[in-house]
Design a protein around this ligand. Structure first.
Ligand code: HSE
Length: 298
């Protein structure tokens, strides 16, 4: 094979109480990554926010992933996911590159090995190794990162609205604000919600998923980086969302709801940002699959 084209989806990490543990693949937006064997790692980036992404292979998540896998290739990343959005942009490029290189060079690596390589890319960009975006972008569905690896579940067919305000939040900065110690009662609250969210996913209980997205540890700190956060959240709930929180490290916010209510919730969230003087873009989507081949040729 001398060329492969891969689609790698956006993801929403944390889902409230599952900080650095939960992640969900979204049907859209997504990145498209083209890979061609080459005598060195070369990166080109175009598409949304492409100008913000380094093409130095030692600073680019796809380039670092290729280097971890010991592969040299020309990698062209067509961004469909805005960088620094909270929608797993850097992870999608890394996961797509890992998935594509495994096929292109017939490496025969396991999912966990591909996740480990892609996480290296994430680490350089965000300052911390976390697989909660890489895992769902690679595997699709709802994923739980734990000590031994990753568990994947098929989420129910729920509606998802992700709204991205036109502000800039770097993951590295959003992580630096987080408390290193947390009150025991907040920890207990979050563990309860993380547990019940998994039950909601398994039983297809949208109301339980939504209620379980409340988080007393991470979101309250990061909400300060998102002007209008409380108003946007309340507007989404009034418009019928079952739960609302920050997507990953933000600034995107994510709401879960019945599929038929997505439009009205997207409008309510965009209007609430507008009242706070912030333009935003909404994605009306649902849980989706992981990285997949779009095209290949010998
Ligand atoms: N779990 C990570 C965070 C996701 O919240 O910082 C961001 O990439």
């Amino acid at each position: 094979m001398d060329h492969i084209k891969v689609k790698a989806p956006a993801t929403s990490a944390n889902l409230g109480a599952g900080f650095d543990v939960f992640g969900m693949a979204l049907q859209m937006p997504y990145d498209v990554i083209e890979l061609v064997p080459h005598d060195s790692i070369e990166i080109e980036v175009d598409g949304v926010g492409g100008e913000r992404i380094p093409t130095d292979p030692t600073k680019n998540t796809a380039g670092i992933t290729a280097s971890e896998l010991g592969c040299t290739a020309k990698i062209t990343v067509h961004k469909g996911i805005m960088p620094y959005s909270g929608l797993g942009s850097s992870a999608a490029s890394a996961a797509g590159a890992a998935f594509g290189l495994n096929k292109l060079f017939d490496l025969g690596l396991s999912d966990n090995e591909l996740i480990r390589a892609a996480v290296k890319g994430e680490e350089v960009v965000s300052g911390a190794a976390h697989a909660d975006n890489v895992a769902p972008s690679l595997l699709g569905g709802f994923t739980i990162v734990h000590g031994e690896g990753v568990i994947r579940l098929d989420p129910p067919a729920i509606g998802i609205v992700a709204v991205l305000p036109d502000i800039f939040v770097e993951t590295r900065v959003a992580r630096s604000l987080l408390p290193q110690k947390v009150p025991l009662e907040d920890l207990v609250f979050n563990i309860g919600n993380a547990s019940s969210l998994i039950i909601g996913m398994v039983t297809g209980n949208l109301e339980l998923i939504g209620r379980s997205m409340q988080d007393r540890i991470i979101a309250p700190v990061r909400a300060k980086l998102i002007p209008g956060y409380d108003e946007v959240r309340e507007s989404a709930l009034r418009a019928g969302a079952a739960g609302v929180t920050i997507s990953g490290s933000g600034p995107a916010m994510i709401a879960v709801c019945e599929l038929g209510r997505r439009g009205q919730i997207a409008d309510a969230m965009v209007d609430a940002f507008e009242r706070n003087g912030i333009k935003s873009e909404s994605f009306v989507t649902q849980p989706g699959g992981g990285a997949e081949i779009m095209g290949e040729h010998e």
